[in-house]
Design a protein around this ligand. Sequence first.
Ligand code: SF4
Length: 448
Amino acid sequence: MKKLTGLQIQKYLPKTNCKECGSNTCLAFAMKLAAKKADLADCPYASDEAKAVLGAASEPPVKGVAFGTDRSLKIGEETVFYRHEKTFVHQSLIAVNINDTDSSEKIESTLQAIKDYQLIRVGETLTIDMVAITQKSDSVAQFVTLAKKAWSMTQKPIVLHSQNPEALIKAAEAVKDSGSLIAAATAETADMLMKTARENNHALAVTAADLDSMVKITSQLKENGFNEILLQFQTHSLSEQFQTNSIARKSALTDNFKPLGYPTLRFIEGDDYLENIIMAVNEISKFGGIFVLPEFDPAQIVPLMTARMNIFTDPQKPIQVEPGVYPVGEPNANSPVFVTTNFSLTYFIISGEIENSGLSAWLVVPECEGMSVLTSWAAGKFSGSSIAGFIKESDLESKVNTREIIIPGYVSQISGELEENLPGWKAIVGPQESADLESFITNVVSPR
Ligand code: SF4
């Protein structure tokens, strides 16, 4: 469909300038829609005609595809090339591969490890998203048995990976309705695998030696009414991987070229351990949809999940905790009181350091719009008067006997203002670095 301009889109909007969409005028909202930086659903008054006409025009240039029985794992729907332009919408999904030729002990232990794996970062529990199974044997039955086992043990969607269409069809039927992914259809097998994907409620990855051939397959599938598609590019180096992912994303975003407007699937399967990690990071930062790690290795998974969290955090919304007075350990009325900001990372580091010291304490976390200590202080959100106001509102004074509050060392200058606004309290300046908190607690707080 031809790209509509902001003025053309505005004609379909109510033109009441009610601002409920977050824009000051309907025209401003129309301009955002034209730039794919807003969603028509944000205007509660959009008419059916507007939805019919603008729905396709405003649909994300990268198609969304969902996995799992409840379709809660989503990829795609991206609207920007660079994260700082708006945000990336759905994070890359991480899968771990198992071969059907692996020993039964290895299969069992890997599936159990995938199922049990949890990484807790800044209050979020991160898990492995999918299991990939690769057919290396000549046996269809062996592949299908592994598909069933992977699904029954983990209940995670499966990436079914084989070059044998018969094995893919049988395995897809064996995990019907699991919301899995068949990988991958070629020009020759696209029709039959599309039928299988449709009948068993799975998505379908397509692969081809070059982009033109890929475009032919995806166009054909879409013409046949099937759109739950992923692209599995055949590349042979890190630079090729980077280029191909970038070309696909760019043509989808800037040229609104639908045949390449799908999320991607990539198997990381090189021999070089370090290069594999770089490839995985490249998938996270440069537009990967699902990437499959060659084996279960927490030493790889921890940094990759951390990198993914950083890239897919909305840059306009710092991750933050609710303002409040938090217990760390099992504090009572005589426990000491600390204060920090509600930036998640700061909160979890400080509460973790206090916990590690073995101390039980109260941690006061005023509203700082998710900014770190120095940033929020510079923005006037973490001042002596704002902290004092928060403490009074939270009724902390009725919960604790102490009238001492430990403030971060980087904002020692607020101690006077804090004491002025909180009569009867004394501000104790803590260390600048959180790493020094434990020794500060041992040497200064505990002996008091
Ligand atoms: S919510 Fe709809 S009607 Fe209101 S300003 Fe936005 S686009 Fe216009």
